[in-house]
Design a protein around this ligand. Structure first.
Ligand code: ADP
Ligand code: F6P
Length: 468
């Protein structure tokens, strides 16, 4: 802790959400705000604005302990870097959607240009002793660019999304340039053992390098430490949110709509990786296979629009509008709407209230780095009458401490329908037993453990560097 105090933590990410007002749906912003609230430091990234001035803004919070420096993106940057290479190339590719992956050299140049510009803006603000922690697929090349400008600080990179197997990654024409850039960092962090394993496989079989007994990867004449840091939540805060006035207002609103029916809830950014069409179909199948639930259960899906200028996100939105309309048209009664599909964001307190009221949390991504919603659903439950988590095996959250959830394969529509049936029919003692096991893990492996774990690695790398 004392070393953490001596060295300032500098966090770099595309999204910066320094307060609740600026918060957007998305695990990275939620997690980093929770992590930085405790440690203080500097948070640097995109302002969220697109403008042709390259304005840099600074804001200070919490008596100066935490500051944010942000920069705008030009419309060309926004198209090529954010909508293009980050969200039409890396995002689908790293989530195993090679069918949606598009590669364009101009977008790649734009990505490198923005990584360079971010490095250029941050460089003069750095102190010699800073620990720099870079986040996610938007900024893979950032560390290499900062090193080219002469930065010597200790730097780590954490990937919030899955790291794909080399067979998938090598579909990207510039895979070697990208992965080589990761070797500019001192520490690489992954969500799960599988992600780290895929990285190691790439190092061995594509980069011609090796991995030593300590998990250190060696390639291109460079080396980097690799480790696993599964991201968590501030569970005490979510539990507090769940009993707040705002949460209670939302629980009561939802209870009025449900009118003694059981609620199933899904909360996700509107993204094709979340498995929403499959989830909607599974709910319809559940009503067909178990018709005694007609009029007894309602499914509420909240899905705030995300990356709305990317064509694949426009397509998934249209698909879900059609599907929700046809499911309701087919199954509704005068006094019962089976599926409520809502495209807007809610405050974290409101979400916690909605989670607490729902008997089932349905979290079925086709592929997901971790999935914080699964953990938030668990943390928001009441110990006296907890709900059941139905969780995709393809979410990082299913990899540790989640045995007590009902684990499903989201591609298996009948399997998810059957799991819903089991969850809704589960006895109170079984619900309590499963919840106690889930919540113990969510509490133990929380956001503080994640931050401290990564920072410890950065500190060790800093000490090792001083010895040389
Ligand atoms: P991702 O990072 O891919 O979006 P996660 O589940 O890890 O997925 O994180 C999503 C975060 O965004 C969670 O903290 C969740 O509470 C928040 N969130 C999701 N949907 C909404 C919504 N409708 N309104 C507000 N926040 C949301
Ligand atoms: O962790 C997944 C992630 O891509 C974050 O990097 C990102 O901030 C979040 O989802 C939401 O996406 P966006 O920043 O594009 O709105």
């Amino acid at each position: 802790m004392s070393a953490e105090r001596r060295s300032r933590l500098v966090v770099v990410s595309n999204r910066v959400a320094i307060n609740e007002k600026a918060m957007r749906a998305g695990g990275l912003a939620v997690a980093l705000l929770d992590a930085l609230k405790e440690s203080g430091g500097l948070w640097f990234g995109w302002s969220g604005r697109v403008s042709d001035s390259t304005r840099v803004s600074t804001e200070r919070f919490d008596r100066g302990r935490l500051s944010a420096v942000t920069t705008d993106l030009s419309s060309e940057d926004y198209e090529e870097y954010y909508n293009g290479f980050a969200n039409r190339t890396l995002w689908p590719l790293f989530h195993y959607r090679t069918d949606l992956t598009r590669f364009d050299r101009d977008d790649y140049q734009g990505y490198i240009r923005v990584n360079q510009r971010f490095a250029h803006v941050l460089k003069p603000l750095l102190k010699a002793n800073d620990l720099i922690w870079v986040h996610d697929y938007h900024l893979i090349a950032f560390g290499e660019e900062l090193r080219r400008m002469g930065a010597r600080q200790t730097m780590g990179f954490f990937l919030h999304i899955p790291f794909p197997s080399p067979e998938v990654l090598t579909a990207l024409p510039v895979h070697d340039l990208l992965i080589r850039a990761l070797f500019a960092y001192d520490v690489l962090g992954f969500q799960t053992e599988t992600d780290r394993h895929c990285f190691h496989e790439y190092v061995r079989y594509e980069a011609g390098g090796h991995v030593d007994a300590q998990g250190r990867a060696h390639a291109w004449g460079r080396q980097v430490e690799t480790a696993i840091f599964p991201i968590g939540i501030d569970s005490a805060e979510v539990a507090r949110f769940a009993v707040s006035k705002e949460a209670k207002a939302h629980s009561s609103r939802m209870a009025r709509v449900l009118r003694n029916r059981l609620g199933v809830v899904g909360v996700d950014r509107l993204d094709y990786t979340m498995g929403l069409p499959e989830r909607f179909r599974a709910f319809a199948r559940f009503l067909e296979t178990y018709p005694e639930n007609r009029g007894r259960v309602s499914f509420v899906q909240l899905a705030p629009p995300s990356r709305a200028d990317v064509p694949e996100y426009v397509d998934i939105r249209h698909e879900l509008e059609g599907l929700s309309g046809s499911i309701n048209a087919e199954h509704s009664e005068f006094d019962w709407t089976p599926l409520r599909y809502i495209n807007r964001g809610f405050s974290r307190r409101a979400l916690a209230g909605i989670f607490r009221l729902a008997r089932v949390g349905l979290v079925t991504p086709l592929r997901d780095g971790m999935n914080l919603v699964a953990k938030e659903y668990v943390a928001a439950q009441s110990a006296r009458d907890p709900g059941v988590l139905v969780l995709s095996r393809f979410a990082g959250a299913a990899r540790r401490g989640a045995d007590a959830a009902l684990i499903v394969n989201p591609y298996d529509i009948q399997g998810v329908a059957d799991a819903l049936h089991s969850a809704l029919g589960m006895s109170l003692p079984e619900r309590k037993e499963r919840w106690r096991s889930l919540v113990a893990s969510v509490r133990e492996h929380d956001i503080t453990e994640w931050r401290e774990g990564f920072v410890r690695y950065l500190q060790a790398a800093q000490r090792a560097d001083r010895r040389h």
